[in-house]
Design a protein around this ligand. Structure first.
Ligand code: HEC
Ligand code: HEC
Ligand code: HEC
Length: 353
């Protein structure tokens, strides 16, 4: 009896020991699983925060847009450095301080998630998430400057500034002023001797900064950093040297516009909400603002230019700059809607009541 109880007791102890042992053996796995799911949660939270706050400059897959740097290699940076950069920004650059304590919008935990996401480096998944949220910024203009041309420009005196200027130009100005500054139906030439005689650097800088009231030349002070403005001004005032060196840019192609029925419907909805009070129902124009639904305007104005006009507005007129209120995707949708009117648009705008 006693032996039996001892025996049972022994088995009990043994089972407890085995149980504890197994639990101990399992513990690292459980911990790993827990920290893995925490890691996954932080990466996915980071992607959402990134989509809302960072894609406009760093791109949907961290590839960097225009002059803004890619983040695809930033994962190699020290976590603390990444954290500080996002929290405090980089002084004197477009990289603002995002930390709440620095006047930004992100909490410490949110910044931590961004750091984890950047270090995880799963940029394809981030791009998919950004697309699912409808926040992928369209590349308005694809500025494919061949490496050869870049090298040619970089070899000129002040070459690195000119190279930056050329990139800024290709992405922001070429849609109206032409690939090589030759001008278009929308905007005058910028590559002429006549312009360089008439306008010195200060005058060009003022036009870029303030725009020309009452024309499609809007102010670039919001869209471009002062460094970018300076570079594009240097480019315009030195276009003679580019011509002399035989620098020629390929004609810039617009990225294909999303003209799916959904995009057009979304654009039509936005147009009814925001634009009809001035441009009239279906864009037929009013006393206040010109018709957009007519062959003359639509055939002469490429998609990229329409997007620029909507974004930048027409300084000194009632045409607001929508860039600060609408996302690039919204502006692209409105453009797709306007483009969809072209097939049935009257040649000349009908007289308005
Ligand atoms: C308005 C444009 C803009 C936005 C929006 C922006 N950044 Fe930046 N970011 C920059 C610029 C410009 C730099 C380069 C600063 C410099 O020259 O050091 C930069 C640099 C960085 C760097 C350092 C990269 C490196 O290799 O040193 C990180 C990290 C970064 N940004 C993360 C973010 C995150 C995360 C967000 C969103 C919360 C964000 N940025 C939003 C413009 C922007
Ligand atoms: C949406 C079309 C559009 C875009 C984009 C645009 N411009 Fe212009 N720009 C114009 C128009 C139109 C004028 C003529 C204004 C006037 O009538 O005086 C002009 C005039 C100018 C002038 C003065 C030319 C002269 O002969 O007096 C300069 C310089 C200039 N733009 C530079 C730029 C630069 C640099 C960019 C890019 C950062 C840019 N523009 C982007 C439409 C545009
Ligand atoms: C408060 C009135 C007002 C509103 C609202 C408005 N616009 Fe305009 N828009 C104007 C005026 C005025 C002009 C003509 C500017 C000029 O004199 O060149 C104009 C010009 C334009 C042009 C250039 C037309 C051309 O022939 O060169 C486009 C494109 C345009 N608007 C699109 C839009 C879109 C898209 C919306 C809505 C998101 C919108 N506008 C909202 C007043 C307005």
């Amino acid at each position: 009896m006693t032996t039996q109880i001892r025996w049972l007791g022994f088995i009990g102890t043994l089972m407890i020991a085995i149980g504890v042992g197994l639990a101990i053996l399992n513990e690292p796995a459980r911990q790993t699983a827990a920290s893995e799911s925490l890691h996954v949660a932080m990466v996915s939270e980071g992607a959402d925060i990134y989509a809302q706050n960072c894609v406009a400059c760093h791109g949907a897959s961290g590839e960097g847009i225009a002059a803004y740097p890619p983040l695809t290699t930033a994962g190699a940076l020290d976590a603390q450095i990444l954290y500080n950069t996002i929290e405090r920004g980089r002084y004197n650059t477009a990289m603002a301080a995002f930390g709440v304590e620095e006047g930004g919008v992100l909490t410490g935990a949110q910044i931590q998630s961004l750091v984890t996401m950047i270090q995880a480096g799963t940029w394809d998944a981030v791009a998919t998430r950004v697309a699912a949220l409808g926040l992928t910024p369209p590349q308005i203009v694809v500025a494919e400057i061949p490496a050869e041309t870049m090298a040619q420009v970089a070899a000129l005196p002040n070459g690195s500034v000119l190279a930056t200027g050329l990139t800024v130009y290709a992405e922001n100005c070429a849609a109206c002023h032409g690939a090589n500054g030759e001008g278009s139906s929308l905007a005058p030439a910028l590559n002429t001797d006549e312009l360089r005689v008439r306008l010195n650097d200060d005058a060009i800088a003022r036009i870029v900064q303030e725009g020309v009231p009452g024309t499609l030349m809007s102010s670039w002070s919001r869209a471009l950093t002062s460094e970018q403005q300076q570079a594009v001004v240097t480019l315009v005032s030195n276009w003679g040297e580019l011509n002399a060196a035989g620098v020629k840019l390929p004609v810039i192609e617009s990225a294909a516009l999303d003209t799916s029925p959904q995009a057009v419907a979304n654009g039509q909805r936005l147009f009814s909400l925001l634009c009809t009070q001035c441009h009239g129902v279906d864009g037929y124009g009013t006393q206040i603002a010109p018709a957009l639904n007519n062959q003359t305007f639509l055939s002469q104005t490429p998609n990229a230019a329409i997007q620029q006009i909507i974004s930048g507005g027409v300084t000194g007129t009632n045409m607001p700059a929508w860039g600060g209120y609408l996302t690039d995707a919204d502006i692209a949708a409105i453009t797709a809607y306007l483009r969809s009117l072209e097939a049935t648009a009257p040649i000349v705008a009908p007289a308005q009541p």
